[in-house]
Write a protein that binds this ligand. Structure first.
Ligand SMILES: Cc1cc2nc3c(=O)[nH]c(=O)nc-3n(C[C@H](O)[C@H](O)[C@H](O)COP(=O)(O)OP(=O)(O)OC[C@H]3O[C@@H](n4cnc5c(N)ncnc54)[C@H](O)[C@@H]3O)c2cc1C
Length: 586
């Protein structure tokens, strides 16, 4: 089993030397926080991830969850770890101070979140969705709902879920049929079936708060007739404590390829009492508050798995002795050399490292804009919102695609042993696979990027993202790297602008390639910027490794960008040409 060690030095470099955390906070007028505190938060988070969560990862996968007499039980140790997590305040890092949250900047919380995902992806999902539910309640619920639910969700005394999916309604939420009938007391009776609900039930907390999409009786058809409801497992009594059981039950547990320690439930709502969140028929807008947060977090799942797989692969490659290295004997006293000296193994390890650290830079960049959207002045908020909207699908899809690629490379470095359960490498691959599917498949993220984010206001979000990244490029001191980063950025802008006038079928068929082209370009820019900043670091190993990994990225990974550009510019004709019986002739 890979022994997980949180990448603290990389995060310290990214926050201190690359994001310049103290100046970043000053520019937002944030005076209570600094790099020193961020460092302490990360160290403590690392301990929890390494010592408490990582040891439960393998057993969680083997035991899975069980459903007995309507109650779900998670693997041994999961509930206890959760109780430790909330007792130490981790759940409340981002919550509003008005409801006893700590209101920490995202740039402090995101490193910890990556560590939780690396250590135990299954375990992390329930608290992750609770944070997203907190956002939806904070932004859209009535004062009464906020007062009843927020403090308990923020502390983690209760957890939250997200209920969109139904058997006939996955990507296409226009098809959802769960009903909500208004009652005289202002509540609603919610009736319907939801599938695939993460954290739908468990034994961790005394109550669970379901955020459910449903239709009121006279709602218009399609997505314009969807509303959001808050439906607790137990109805709060006069003191706000869990009282009478609501008409919510778990129909069954899904049997899955991975994340077996996470309870994925079929949920039945049989006239369950719920309350409207936000305006009637505006449910999708409210749910998007939750989903955008969750989409970025799912990106972190990819990053976390990539880091964990890299660590396992590197340790193994240093130990495993096979063949002689083609560049010359490395260990003359042994019969063969460690495989880490094989160029093909080095290629795999460096691919994992370059993708992991590149995606981590993207996550840290994103967290800086989340800080700005929360603490900044009006102009900073507007800019941040545009960059975040543009980058959300990129982070979600690219970081999860790279997470799977890295986890697969990790298996490959182990050879046949990677396919055997005891090493834990195959679990990482099985666990991270879901991240490309949920919170909107990666295909849907790509359509969101090219079809909505790029085109809205004639490319304004892309232009704002370009301007913001240009500032990073201007700050690069090495003139060669600066001009290379500039060339990348300018090519991306021009190519993006060319997409604005495409026909709908060309947009849809170019989507995945455009997202990949965008991500490889932006991560290329970030690598130049990181390598340059690393020169200022006191850590000389880190400085030289960043430069060499940047060189590797630009030489061996960035060329993928060109292939995606050619493919996206090929148009829809070849994609749509084979049809009907032409698929079936064999
Ligand atoms: C383990 C697990 C946990 C989950 N947790 C939750 C949860 O907590 N809450 C929740 O509500 N849901 C949850 N989901 C559901 C998940 O979000 C959906 O599975 C996902 O959104 C895709 O929907 P679908 O499975 O119905 O696939 P479909 O929508 O049927 O899609 C099938 C394929 O068609 C493609 N496709 C569909 N429509 C289009 C289109 N318009 N354009 C291009 N391509 C398209 C998709 O990209 C996909 O490749 C979970 C799922 C799993 C497996």
């Amino acid at each position: 089993m890979p022994q997980y060690q949180a990448p603290l030095a990389d995060y310290q470099f990214l926050l201190k030397d690359w994001l310049s955390l103290d100046s970043h906070y000053q520019s937002l007028g944030v005076t209570d926080f600094d790099f020193e505190l961020a460092s302490e938060v990360m160290s403590q988070g690392a301990k929890f991830a390494e010592d408490v969560l990582a040891p439960l990862n393998r057993t969680g996968d083997e035991q899975g969850c069980t459903l007995k007499e309507g109650q779900v039980t998670t693997p041994d140790g999961f509930a206890q770890a959760y109780h430790e997590y909330i007792a130490n305040g981790w759940n409340s890092m981002l919550g509003s101070a008005e409801y006893d949250g700590q209101e920490l900047p995202y740039s402090m919380a995101v490193p910890v979140h990556e560590m939780l995902h690396s250590a135990n992806l299954s375990w992390r999902l329930t608290s992750m969705l609770t944070e997203s539910a907190v956002l939806a309640v904070t932004r859209h619920a009535t004062q009464q709902l906020k007062d009843t639910y927020l403090a308990k969700l923020i502390s983690g005394e209760w957890t939250g879920t997200m209920n969109l999916t139904e058997p006939q309604a996955g990507t296409d939420l226009a098809l959802l049929s769960t009903k909500a009938e208004p009652q005289d007391d202002g509540s609603y009776k919610v009736t319907g079936n939801k599938i695939f609900i993460t954290g739908g039930d468990h034994e961790w907390t005394s109550n669970i708060v379901h955020m459910v999409l449903a239709r009121t009786p006279d709602a218009p058809a399609g997505v314009k007739g969807i509303s959001l409801f808050l439906v607790p497992k137990f109805l709060p009594d006069g003191q706000g404590e869990p009282g009478e059981a609501n008409a919510v039950s778990v129909g069954s547990l899904e049997h899955k390829m991975g994340i077996k320690g996470s309870p994925t439930c079929v949920m039945n709502y049989d006239g369950a009492t719920g309350w409207l969140v936000g305006e009637e028929n505006q449910g999708l807008v409210c749910m998007f508050t939750m989903m955008n947060d969750a989409r970025f977090q799912v990106g972190l799942e990819g990053l976390g798995a990539s880091e964990a797989s890299f660590q396992g692969a590197l340790a193994y490659a240093r130990e495993r002795v096979q063949s002689r290295a083609p560049q010359g004997v490395q260990c003359p006293d042994d019969k063969a050399d460690p495989i880490v000296f094989q160029p093909d193994v080095a290629r795999m390890l460096l691919t994992q490292k370059a993708l992991t650290e590149g995606c981590r830079a993207m996550a840290v960049l994103y967290s800086g804009y989340m800080d700005a959207e929360r603490f900044g002045d009006d102009d900073q908020k507007t800019t941040a919102s545009q960059v975040l909207q543009f980058l959300t699908p990129v982070c979600k899809a690219f970081m999860t695609d790279m997470g799977l690629e890295s986890a697969s490379l990790g298996v490959q470095v182990f050879g046949g042993h990677g396919y055997i359960r005891e090493w834990g490498m195959e679990q990482l691959m099985r666990d991270v696979r879901i991240a490309q599917l949920y919170e909107g498949t990666n295909g849907i993220q790509a359509l969101d990027l090219i079809g909505r984010k790029l085109t809205r206001n004639k490319g304004q979000m892309m232009e704002t993202t370009f301007n913001e990244l240009s500032k990073r490029v201007e700050a690069i001191t090495d003139t060669t790297m600066q001009s290379q980063a500039n060339a990348l950025l300018n090519d991306w802008r021009a190519t993006s602008a060319d997409c604005l006038g495409l026909a709908p079928e060309d947009v849809a068929s170019a989507a995945c390639d455009y997202l990949a082209y965008t991500a490889y370009s932006l991560v290329g820019v970030l690598w130049y910027s990181m390598a340059d900043a690393a020169k200022q670091s006191d850590n000389t190993d880190l400085a030289s490794a960043k430069q060499k990994t940047c060189d590797f990225y630009q030489a061996r990974i960035l060329p993928r960008r060109d292939a995606h550009k050619v493919a996206m510019q090929a148009g829809a004709a070849s994609v749509l040409s084979v049809s009907g019986s032409e698929f079936d002739y064999r």
